[in-house]
Write a protein that binds this ligand. Structure first.
Ligand SMILES: [Zn+2]
Length: 87
């Protein structure tokens, strides 16, 4: 899982006050979620969870999902934001 990124810069809009925020998250901690056999080749799913606060006080929670397939390559990634919208 050494292809997993250690940092990510995200721009997102707060759902509470509609302010645009930009933040650099570093030292991402990746949790292993699951493995699935896809036509004999293993697919691994990882997630890094980050949290930050908007100036209005809203807590923004970000989940950065990565699917490794085949092993050693990033096939898909997805950002999910609670209380915010990716811009
Ligand atoms: Zn806000």
């Amino acid at each position: 899982m050494n292809m997993l990124p250690t940092e990510i810069e995200l721009e997102f809009r707060c759902n509470g006050c509609s302010t645009d925020n930009k933040e650099q998250f570093v030292d991402l901690v990746w949790d292993f979620v699951e493995s699935q056999n896809r036509q004999v080749v293993l697919e691994n799913h990882y997630v890094a969870t980050m949290q930050t606060n908007c100036n209005c006080g809203a807590t923004i929670e970000i989940e950065y999902h990565i699917w490794e397939y085949p092993v050693g390559a990033i096939n898909t990634d997805e950002i999910q934001i609670t209380n915010g919208t990716k811009i």
